[in-house]
Design a protein around this ligand. Structure first.
Ligand code: DAH
Length: 340
């Protein structure tokens, strides 16, 4: 029996299967139910006890060798079949992955930044948690101005001087404090107001602020800059109109309408049949604001403007419900996959 086991051991060691069929034959031959190992174990049981020790050891050796050979050949074949060297058809279409897409808010913000960067505006950012001075006082809001009311502003309970900024105009103040004119910057960011959430209002939204401070900056410069923006953002035949308005930090102040981007000015539901839609607030920086930021208002003047990114997105892509922007419903977001 020992000679037979030795022969099998030698055979197992030199076995090299060429394919999976050979390997299966090897398994059946040695490890199968009626295979050599089981047969030998059967014979082993009938051996006289003085021969059992040596034969038993050899038999175990054969069993281990056959099992090891089988698992090592098997894993070799598995590795081969998952590598590209097998006969896979590499020309087949891949199953389509679920790609992500830029959020419409990011798309529109980037477009606004790009339009202004073409005329020399840099991009600046400021903190969302801000102090009262940067949000209100420096911007010429009087102490009892209604915007400071708890209705509109989220204050921090333990520190009534700190709030979530209600507009990006606070970044203007930081910029004017930290840099000297000429200043020409665009400032995007998230803002917060204590509003009930509905299709038309949200407790947070996004704005872009613009600021240009230099010598002899005029209202005509403001108007021309905004006309350029409206044509780039919507279409070359977009018209603008400025209506007198009031903001504490600009004098004079205005609100700007564009000819309705949906009906081209003929009148539709979007523009409530007027042909015009409001898109931003603007004006000449109030001399008080310049002085609050240590800029000499006799030497310098400037203009500022602020717009809501949701509002622009709304007009460009006809999104009627503001809540869609923060729900992250994949069916909504997917629609912006091919928008550059
Ligand atoms: N901060 C204003 C708001 O949140 C928007 C605004 C109006 C910004 C006029 C300006 C501006 O810079 O000049 O409603």
């Amino acid at each position: 029996m020992e000679t037979i086991i030795k022969q099998h051991l030698a055979e197992v060691e030199k076995t090299a299967a060429l394919n999976e069929h050979d390997l299966e034959q090897f398994r059946i031959k040695y490890l199968g139910k009626n295979g050599i190992l089981n047969q030998l174990f059967e014979e082993f049981r009938a051996l006289p006890s003085d021969q059992k020790r040596v034969a038993g050891q050899m038999l175990n050796q054969l069993k281990i060798a056959a099992n090891e050979k089988y698992t090592s050949l098997k894993s070799e074949f598995e590795a081969k079949s998952t590598s590209a060297t097998d006969n896979s058809d590499l020309s087949l279409n891949v199953s389509s992955a679920n790609y992500g897409a830029r959020h419409p808010m990011s798309l529109v913000r980037n477009e606004i930044l790009q339009i202004f960067s073409h005329i020399g505006f840099t991009v600046e950012e400021g903190p969302e948690i801000e102090d009262d001075w940067h949000i209100f006082s420096a911007l010429n809001f009087q102490a009892d101005h209604p915007a400071r009311d708890m209705q509109d502003t989220f204050f921090i309970e333990q520190q009534p001087d700190i709030a979530l900024r209600t507009h990006t105009s606070s970044v203007q103040v930081r910029l004017m404090q930290n840099q000297k004119p000429p200043l020409r910057a665009i400032m995007p960011g998230r803002v917060y107001r204590n509003e009930a959430i509905s299709a038309r209002a949200h407790c947070f939204f996004h704005q872009v602020e613009g600021l240009y401070i230099y010598k002899k900056v005029s209202f005509a410069d403001l108007k021309q800059t905004l006309l350029y923006f409206a044509k780039e953002m919507f279409s070359v035949d977009t018209r603008i109109r400025l209506r007198p308005s009031y903001f504490p930090f600009t004098e004079p102040s205005a609100e700007m309408d564009i000819s309705c981007s949906i009906c081209g000015g003929k009148g539709c539901n979007m523009c409530k049949k007027t042909g015009w839609v409001e898109i931003l607030g603007c004006g000449m920086v109030d001399p008080n604001v310049l002085e609050n930021c240590s800029i000499d208002s006799n030497e310098y003047s400037g203009f500022a403007f602020g717009m809501g990114i949701e509002r622009i997105t709304n007009l460009k892509y006809a999104v009627k419900d503001l809540r869609l922007f923060s729900e992250n419903d994949i069916r909504f977001l997917k629609q912006f996959q091919n928008v550059i």
